[in-house]
Design a protein around this ligand. Structure first.
Ligand SMILES: [Zn+2]
Length: 168
């Protein structure tokens, strides 16, 4: 089962729980019960050996342990770990992940906050499934492909740029 990062977000302090759960959103809701402070899923890593992975991550952040499975780490601290996991690493997608905020030089759309906690490029993170394998450009099809969810798109079905926008 996946090993998750769930952050407790207070105004001036974020602490993050590293644990494992089959259903991460269900675990988040369970943890939220009776807790006045907002909890948010940051990301997770799938693994065949979740016990070993969890132990490794707890050890990796050992000096920042607050208590139990809670650590004094920010979502940005978890990101390199999620990236390192490649196709097994995921970020929790924003509900508005597909709101397009602009286009790069190659007319590839840039999305608003695929991830709540930082900007991620298309090549770093698939906006469809949140997988850290990212999307790869296929020369043959001129489309972007995700190895994890198999999304294949040239983004043309999403609103194309207005001519004026392209000039800017
Ligand atoms: Zn994907």
């Amino acid at each position: 089962m996946p090993v998750y990062f769930i952050s407790q977000v207070e105004r001036d302090r974020i602490v993050t729980k590293i644990g494992k759960a089959k259903d991460i959103q269900k675990r988040r809701r369970e943890l939220q019960t009776g807790n006045p402070t907002l909890l948010e899923v940051v990301g997770w890593i799938t693994s065949d050996d979740d016990f070993a992975l969890e132990r490794t991550l707890h050890r990796h952040f050992a000096t920042r342990r607050v208590s139990g499975e809670w650590f004094d780490i920010q979502p940005g601290d978890a990101l390199p770990v999620l990236m390192h996991a490649g196709i097994n690493g995921f970020v929790a997608k924003n509900a508005d992940a597909f709101e397009i905020v602009g286009y790069d030089r190659d007319a590839v759309p840039e999305y608003l906050g695929v991830w709540n906690w930082g900007d991620l490029e298309l090549e770093e993170c698939c906006p469809f499934c949140g997988c850290m394998c990212g999307m790869h450009f296929q020369d043959a099809s001129w489309m972007h492909h995700c190895l994890n969810c198999d999304a294949l798109t040239d983004f043309s079905e999403l609103s194309p740029p207005e001519p004026d926008d392209e000039m800017r």
